[in-house]
Every structure is written in C-alpha cells, then in structure tokens.
Ligand binder design. Structure first.
Ligand code: 13P
Ligand code: SF4
Length: 306
C-alpha cells in the first residue's frame, strides 16, 4: 500500500465516507474501495450505506444514481468530467418526444442514462437484471428500450421479444476488433469467451457467456477452465486475476489495435480521489422534483431485482 492510499483510507474514516468503485477503475482505487461492484450492486450499496459521504469512483450517471437514492447524503464524484458515451447518446428532449409518439408503451431504460431520461422512464434496468425485468412485462405490452441498442437487441433475440430500440451505444464496446476475437480464439482454442451485452451482435456471436461485469467475474471463478477471452473493459482484469491466480485472462484489442480502455472511467485518479476527500467536492446536486421522478423507476428496478 502506498502512502497516498494510506492517506485516503485515513481521510475516509475521518469524514465517515464510503468509497464505492466500479470494476473499470484503476487497480490502485479498486484495492482501497469499501465496495466494488457492477452498476446494480453499486446502486444497491449506495441505498444501504449509513456513511455520511459517498465518494463515487465511477462515471457521472453512477454518482447521480447514488444521489437519487440518497438525497440526504453528500455524494462526491472526484472528476465531474467522467461521463459516459452511452448515457450521452440519449438526449432528454429527443427521448421525451419518442415517449410522446409512443403512448401506452412500457419504457425500459438502461441505467447508463441521465437523471432527466430516468425521470421519463417506467423502469430502469442494468446489464445484471435487464433479461429478468423485460421478461416480467406481459407479452401483450409493447416495449421501447433505450439507450443501448446492443443490450436491447441481445434480449429481443434471446427471448424472441419485439422491442422498439433507441439507437445508442457505448463507444468502448462498439470498437472491439472482430478480427482480434477470431485471432484470440485461434490462439487459445480451449478458452471460454465471456462478453458484456454492450458489445454489438457481430462480437456477441463468439461469446460462450454474456453477462454484466459481476456476471463475467463470477462465471470465470465458477468454471473449471484455465483460459478466458474477455470482451469488456480491461479494468475487470484486476478482480479476475486477483481472485483466480491460476487462470489466464486474455484481452481483445480495439479496432485500432490498442487495449480497449474506457477513458471516462480512468479520469478518476488517486490524486483527485484524495482531493475529493479533503474538500468533499465536486458534489452531485439534483433538483428535488427531478430526483423524485427519477427515483420511481429506479425503485421499481430495485424491487424487481430482489
Ligand atoms: P455493468 O452494469 O456490468 O457494471 O456495466 C456498466 C458499464 O458501464 C459497462 O460499460
Ligand atoms: Fe459508459 Fe461505455 Fe465507459 Fe461503460 S464503458 S462507462 S458504457 S462509455
């Protein structure tokens, strides 16, 4: 442990703060987080904490979700610039118009979206519960699914369910190189391919298992195999390798040949995390009426995820 990590741990005790971190964070942050998880587990942890301060090491929509669930707590995002291309692909005004054009339709929205879009949605889902929640909607109801077209298409195909899709996507999962998936499968013929559902269908067709980041990490631990080809952001290699020292985890590159990193997630650093704990800023603020509207579909999700 470095001196800076020790200072951060001391600061969070002093401020009665909890550090929630996503698996795409740098290893040095994952190592000192109080709670590490996928978007669903992080939302549940944010709801259940009795700390006064939540320092969110993830992206903006995740910290906003924590604030929607905890209006009385201080929620801090160490770098407000940490956005999400998928959340940005759903403009609230365009989403509102889409909703007005589709009355009597259930609007199911992936948690990777703004608070404004959440407030206009009927139910929020994450990659860990989207299949279960879509299947809980009676077949005679029409569904509009936003903003991730890839996750929506994966579910629609798997369950033969008709859904109208918003045309959004995550720039990281969209840029995996199909050529490199084929090359890695040839190089490691016994490897199991684990993929996140934000990958497009021409990449998902190579997957032996499709799930959330937690789903991928759990699957690699359970399966009696040595090699795993991983189709999600490489932050997951830290828990995968820490939990399974005898297994081998193989990344797939982006189309430009580089490691397929989410640059937004990597905007949180030990320096801005320490600074955030000293100053308890930058803080997430939400207008109360908007927060209450966004809370409804999020609570529905948490209820349906039990
Ligand atoms: P998870 O729900 O699997 O954590 O995914 C969140 C995300 O942003 C993936 O790109
Ligand atoms: Fe958003 Fe994609 Fe980064 Fe996940 S990996 S936070 S969906 S930009």
């Amino acid at each position: 442990m470095t001196q800076q990590q020790e200072r951060i741990i001391a600061l969070k005790k002093e401020k009665n703060a909890i550090i929630l971190a996503h698996y795409y964070q740098i290893p040095e942050i994952q190592a000192i987080a109080d709670f590490l998880g996928d978007s669903l587990a992080l939302a549940q942890a944010a709801k259940n904490t009795d700390a006064d301060v939540i320092v969110f090491c993830g992206v903006h929509f995740m910290a906003e979700t924590a604030k929607i669930l905890n209006p009385q707590k201080t929620v801090v995002l160490p770098n407000m610039g940490a956005g999400c291309s998928l959340a940005d692909s759903a403009d609230p005004a365009k989403f509102k118009k889409w909703k007005e054009e589709n009355p009597d339709v259930v609007f199911i929205t992936y948690i990777n979206c703004s608070t404004e879009v959440k407030a206009l949605s009927d139910i929020i889902v994450t990659s860990a519960n989207a299949e279960k929640i879509v299947n809980s909607i009676s077949k005679d109801k029409k569904i509009c699914f936003a903003p991730d077209k890839n996750l929506g298409t994966f579910i629609a195909n798997k369950y033969d369910r008709e859904m109208t899709m918003w045309n959004g996507g995550c720039h990281v999962h969209l840029r995996f190189s199909e050529e490199d998936v084929i090359a890695k499968k040839a190089e490691y013929p016994d490897a199991m391919v684990l993929a996140h559902p934000e990958c497009p269908q021409h990449i998902l067709k190579y997957a032996d298992f499709i799930g959330s980041t937690t789903g991928i990490i759990n699957k690699a631990g359970e399966v009696d195999k040595k090699d795993f080809i991983i189709l999600t952001e490489p932050g997951v290699f830290y828990p995968l390798e820490t939990n399974n020292p005898d297994k081998r985890f193989i990344p797939v590159s982006a189309k430009n040949g580089s490691l397929n990193v989410c640059e937004h997630m990597k905007m949180i650093t030990l320096d801005n995390l320490e600074e955030a704990l000293v100053t308890l800023s930058p803080e997430i603020h939400l207008e109360e009426e908007l927060r209450l509207a966004a809370l409804k579909p999020l609570e529905k999700m948490l209820e349906l995820s039990k």
